[in-house]
Design a protein. Structure first.
Length: 531
C-alpha cells in the first residue's frame, strides 16, 4: 500500500520565537535549523528578513549549509497599500533572502482588512494577488491565509476570494490558518473541505497552520490531514505566542505511528524525536515538559504497582507505543504507592530481581524514607545507590569527615555576597582538607567537593550541576520543617537525579550532592586513582 506523504513545515525559528521567554541567537537559529534538516523536516521558516538584522544574517549564513532536501522559507506580509509590489521594501527583502521558498501571509478575514489594514475588500484582494505574482516569479510560494477559519465563519464568500487571488497569483500552497486557535476539529474538517472544493479548478495544494488556544492544535492538524491537506505547519514542542502552536513532535508521531496511510519525514524512523525535542528546549533555555506526549520524561513512566506488574508481562497494557520508536524510554518510579513489581523492575540491572526478601527490604525502606519526606520519582540515581546499599554492594569512593559553610559575607571588592565551604574528606588512606567559594552555599559546597576529589577522580571534571530545587516537606512545622532538595546532574552522556532530606537545607543539599558524585563514580566504575 502506497502511503501519502505529509510534508512538515517548521516555524519554530519565527512563530516559536514569539513565545513568552523564548529568544534565539543567530547561532541558536542556525543550529536548530541544521537539527531540523537532519531529522527530515521538509520546510524551515527562518524568519522575516525585513524585521531585524539577525534574520537577514540567518538567511545569508544558512545558504552556506547543506540541508539536504529541506527547503528554507523567508516569511513576510503582502505589499503595503497604495504601493506596487516590486517597490515595497518587504517584498524586496523577501526576494533578497534568496530562499527556495517564500511564505506570504495575507488577510482573509474581512474585518481585519477593513479595520486593521484600513483598506477596502477589493484592495486587499489586489494586495494578495499582486504580492503573490511578484514573489512566485522568484521562489516557490506558500500562501498563509491568516485567520482563515474566523474569516470563513464571518464571510465565507470573501474568504474564498482571498484564496483564489493567491492561487491566481502563482501560490503553490494555500495554508489555512486557525490564528486565534479557537476552532474545533469538526469545524476545521468541514471548512477545509469546502475550501478545497472551491479551489478544485486551481493547481494548488493545501496546508494547515493551527494555534493551541483551545488545546486543539494537534487534533485540528490531524483533522485537516484527514480531509486532504498535505502540509502541516507548527513548532517543535508547540512553543509560540499565547498558548503556542501545533506541537510538531505529536503531529509527526501520530501521523507516522498511529494513523494509517500517511508517511512523514520521507519515511525516516522517528527515533530522533525525543532528542530533537530536548535539544530545542535546551537551546531555548526552557524547562522540559515532563508530561509531553511521546517524548516527555513522564510519557512512559509508571508508578502504580498494579501498572508495573502488568507492563512486566505485556508492555502494551499501559503503553500505547513502544517508547523506543520515538527515542524515549520506559521509567519505573518508586514511592509508597509502589509494589514489589516496581522494585523488581528497577533491580533487574543489578541482577537482584529474584531475591524476594531483598525486594521486600527495599520496598520497606522506600516507604520509611517517603514518610520522612523523600520522593524517588525524580531521584533515580539516589534510588540506584539505595539498592546497592541494602544489597551490600555499595563501596563509597569517599567519606565525609566534616563540612562547614559560611554564607552571607560580603565581598567589598566585587560588591556581592558570597559563600565559602570548607570540607574534610577521607579518600582511601588520604585525608583531604579543602575550601572553595561560590555564589551560594550549595555552589560553594559543590566547588569544594570537586576540588577535593579532582586529583583522585578526574572524570568529575565533565560532570555538571543542571538543576537545583528546594521544597518544604511539612509547611505546618514552620522554620523547623523538613526540606527536600532535588539536584539534577549530567555529563556528556546522560543526566541523573538525586535527593536529600533534612531539617537543615545545607545538610539536605550535601546529601544530594554526595549522591550525585557517587552515582557518577559508580557509573564510571572508577577505582581509586582511576582515569
Amino acid at each position: 500500500m502506497t502511503k501519502q506523504p505529509i510534508l512538515i513545515y517548521d516555524t519554530t525559528l519565527r512563530d516559536g520565537s514569539q513565545g513568552e521567554g523564548v529568544s534565539f541567537s543567530l547561532q541558536d537559529k542556525l543550529n536548530i535549523a541544521c537539527r531540523l534538516a537532519e531529522a527530515g523536516i521538509d520546510f524551515i521558516e527562518g524568519g522575516y528578513p525585513l524585521s531585524n538584522e539577525k534574520d537577514v544574517a540567518f538567511f545569508e549564513e544558512i545558504r552556506k549549509r547543506d540541508l539536504g532536501h529541506t527547503k528554507v522559507c523567508a516569511f513576510g506580509m503582502t505589499r503595503r497599500k497604495s504601493m506596487k509590489a516590486a517597490d515595497d521594501p518587504g517584498m524586496q527583502a523577501l526576494v533578497a533572502a534568496q530562499t527556495p521558498c517564500i511564505t506570504l501571509v495575507g488577510k482573509t478575514w474581512d474585518y481585519h482588512a477593513t479595520e486593521v489594514l484600513r483598506v477596502t475588500l477589493e484592495e486587499n484582494l489586489e494586495m494578495i494577488g499582486e504580492s503573490a505574482e511578484f514573489l512566485a516569479s522568484h521562489s516557490e510560494l506558500i500562501y498563509d491565509a491568516e485567520h482563515f477559519f474566523d474569516g470563513y465563519n464571518a464571510n465565507p464568500e470573501y474568504a474564498i476570494k482571498t484564496l483564489i487571488a493567491a492561487a491566481q497569483g502563482g501560490a503553490k500552497w494555500l495554508v489555512l490558518c486557525d490564528t486565534n486557535g479557537g476552532t474545533l476539529p469538526e469545524r476545521i474538517a468541514e471548512i477545509t473541505s469546502s475550501a478545497k472544493e472551491a479551489l478544485r479548478d486551481h493547481s494548488v495544494e493545501f496546508g494547515i497552520h493551527t494555534h493551541n488556544d483551545g488545546a486543539m492544535a494537534v487534533a485540528n492538524s490531524l483533522a485537516a490531514v484527514d480531509v486532504g491537506v498535505l502540509q502541516v505547519q507548527g513548532t517543535i514542542n508547540g512553543i509560540g505566542e499565547r498558548c503556542g502552536n501545533a506541537d510538531l513532535i505529536s503531529v509527526i508521531a501520530n501521523l507516522g505511528l498511529k494513523k494509517q496511510g500517511y508517511e512523514v519525514l520521507g519515511g525516516r524512523p522517528l527515533t530522533s524525536l525525543t532528542e530533537l525535542s530536548r535539544y530545542v528546549y535546551e537551546t531555548a533555555n526552557l524547562q522540559w515538559q515532563h508530561g509531553q506526549p511521546f517524548v516527555g520524561q513522564s510519557a512512559f513512566a509508571h508508578k502504580g504497582g498494579m501498572h508495573v506488574h502488568a507492563i512486566n508481562k505485556a508492555a502494551n497494557t499501559y503503553e500505547h507505543i513502544d517508547p523506543a520508536l520515538v527515542g524515549n524510554e520506559r521509567r519505573i518510579l518508586v514511592s509508597e504507592l509502589s509494589g514489589r513489581s516496581n522494585i523488581v523492575a528497577l533491580a533487574t540491572k543489578h541482577n537482584l530481581q529474584d531475591d524476594r526478601e531483598l525486594m521486600d527490604q527495599i520496598l520497606a525502606e522506600v516507604v520509611s524514607l517517603e514518610n520522612q519526606g523523600y520522593q524517588f520519582e525524580n531521584a533515580g540515581a539516589s534510588f540506584d545507590l539505595l539498592i546497592k546499599r541494602i544489597a551490600g554492594n555499595f563501596q563509597p569512593h569517599f567519606e565525609t569527615i566534616k563540612y562547614r559553610v559560611v554564607a552571607g559575607d560580603r565581598d567589598a571588592q566585587q560588591n556581592h555576597d558570597f559563600a565559602e565551604a570548607i570540607i574534610k574528606l577521607q579518600v582511601g588512606d588520604t585525608l583531604w582538607f579543602d575550601a572553595a567559594e561560590g555564589h551560594g552555599p550549595v555552589n560553594a559546597l559543590d566547588a569544594a567537593l570537586r576540588k577535593a576529589l579532582a586529583d583522585t577522580y578526574p572524570c568529575l571534571a565533565e560532570m555538571r550541576l543542571l538543576d537545583y530545587k528546594v521544597r518544604v516537606v511539612d509547611s505546618g512545622a514552620g522554620t523547623a520543617a523538613s526540606i527536600r532538595v532535588n539536584i539534577e546532574s549530567g555529563d556528556k552522556n546522560e543526566s541523573w537525579g538525586t535527593i536529600g532530606v533534612s531539617e537543615n537545607i545545607i545538610a539536605a543539599s550535601w546529601k544530594a550532592l554526595v549522591d550525585a558524585v557517587e552515582y557518577k563514580l559508580h557509573k564510571e566504575e572508577m577505582p581509586l586513582g582511576g582515569n
